[in-house]
Design a protein around this ligand. Sequence first.
Ligand SMILES: [Fe+2]
Ligand SMILES: [Fe+2]
Length: 246
Amino acid sequence: MSADADAGAPGSLRSLAAAAWKFRWLVELEAEARFARLAQRLEQIGAGREMVDLARRCSQDERRHAGLCAELATGYGESVPREFSPRLREIAPRGLLLRGQVLYEVVASCCITETESMGVLTALLEAVRSPRLRQVLHELARDEVRHSRLGWAHLAAEYAQGTTAFLGPLVPAMLEGSVGPELFTRGSPDDEDEGLLEHGVLTRRRKLEVFRGTLEEVVFPGLDRFGVDTAPARAWLTDKLHAPTR
Ligand SMILES: [Fe+2]
Ligand SMILES: [Fe+2]
């Protein structure tokens, strides 16, 4: 990375930024593998050609994103392996048929995670001034919108067949899997340092605001629209926000 994003940053901010961009590198590699597997599975369940091709394209985007995140992490002083294959977990609960597994995974990865990712990128783009970092954030945001749309399009198609209602009670587990438990705890002074924003990292407080706002304004209304009861997910969020750890 060019030095313009990290010039003069205090060591603690630099190391938090380095760790955050390295973590994103790993998340992007996992997304690459997940979309490649989803493309195969969408094909197996007879999803349209367009959807399968879109999942393949998403996988390629995520590989490119991993490269961008590695570049930034390296610029902040992290070492990132040139080659790394993450182990891809099954996230859907056991007992679902393949079609249900695919819908679970698409909703968790695209409708929730990719939509949340858009919320984070939008918030960062309001704050970041470094030209190179803005360029990277724009590139990520442009693609993540498409990744999120894949999820909503598949959910809409399954809703048209009447097969989305089973997801309602499963959404809290998707949400639980989409964030680390620390999101709901108070951050250290470094985690709350507004200077992080300039390095493409949200403070803990802003991260939680974005997470909550995106769920309430985009994800929950979208799920409701396509026949997924969000009452259990809304109760999960209320519990998390009022947990004694805050
Ligand atoms: Fe990505
Ligand atoms: Fe993505």
